[in-house]
Write a protein that binds this ligand. Structure first.
Ligand code: ZN
Length: 151
């Protein structure tokens, strides 16, 4: 499995560019995706409700197991694909795991019909954010989400 735990991680800045470009929807199945750091904040505020688990396991985080926002390589790196924005797309966690490193032609098509209004709960992250309780990763996400130059 080419999971987020096993491959070189994609820069947070690039992830946000891709998720916004794709209107926070999975380009394989079309479903809206969820920004996992928001779910982590909700878990902190209201623990043990299945909002977040670091490994996005079905038992502990069913929503992220289905709809957690991830970045997939259209052409897998193992097959010569590059680490570049035009080789990235938004994938829900379910599709990301299912596709693995199969070539696109053995998997499906890329969906171009995107909603006009969905933000993956990323604005809720900014709303919930408190600098005193934020960890270092959350501080980076907050800074990137507030960087208007990217839009
Ligand atoms: Zn999907």
């Amino acid at each position: 499995m080419i999971g987020k735990m096993t491959r070189k991680s994609i820069a947070k800045k690039d992830s946000l560019i891709v998720w916004k470009r794709d209107r926070w929807c999975c380009r394989y199945c079309g479903r809206p995706v969820i920004f996992a750091p928001t779910m982590k904040m909700l878990e902190k505020k209201s623990p043990s409700r299945g909002y977040y688990h670091p490994h996005w396991k079905r038992e502990n985080a069913p929503l992220l197991d289905e709809l957690g926002a991830s970045i997939d390589h259209i052409h897998a790196v193992s097959r010569g694909g590059t680490n570049s924005l035009d080789n990235y797309l938004t994938a829900c966690w379910k599709c990301n795991v299912d596709k693995n490193d199969r070539p696109l032609e053995n998997w499906g098509e890329i969906i171009d019909t995107l909603p006009t209004a969905w933000d993956g709960l990323s604005s809720l992250f900014v709303y919930l954010y408190h600098k005193d309780s934020a960890d270092s990763t959350e501080k980076v996400w907050y800074r990137l989400l507030n960087d208007r130059k990217q839009e």
